[in-house]
Design a protein around this ligand. Structure first.
Ligand code: ZN
Length: 68
């Protein structure tokens, strides 16, 4: 008789970081949380910069810098 007990290990969510994102529309820069849970819009032109996905947010602008 064999028992196949596979213990699945779930690693905690990857470390959260902050991104410095440049708006593709107006070029202004803004810091966005990598796991943003709400839509993030550009403060200057209201362009959508990040959208929550349940995990890591989808970033629409260009990531200039990553703050760890
Ligand atoms: Zn903008």
């Amino acid at each position: 008789m064999t028992r196949d007990n596979k213990i699945k290990k779930y690693l905690p969510q990857a470390k959260s970081v902050f991104y410095l994102v440049q708006c593709p529309k107006c070029g202004s820069r803004q810091v966005i949380f990598s796991h943003a849970t709400i839509e993030v819009r550009c403060l200057s032109c209201n362009e959508l910069l990040a959208k929550p996905t349940g995990g890591k947010a989808k970033i629409y602008g260009q990531i200039i810098e990553v703050y760890k």
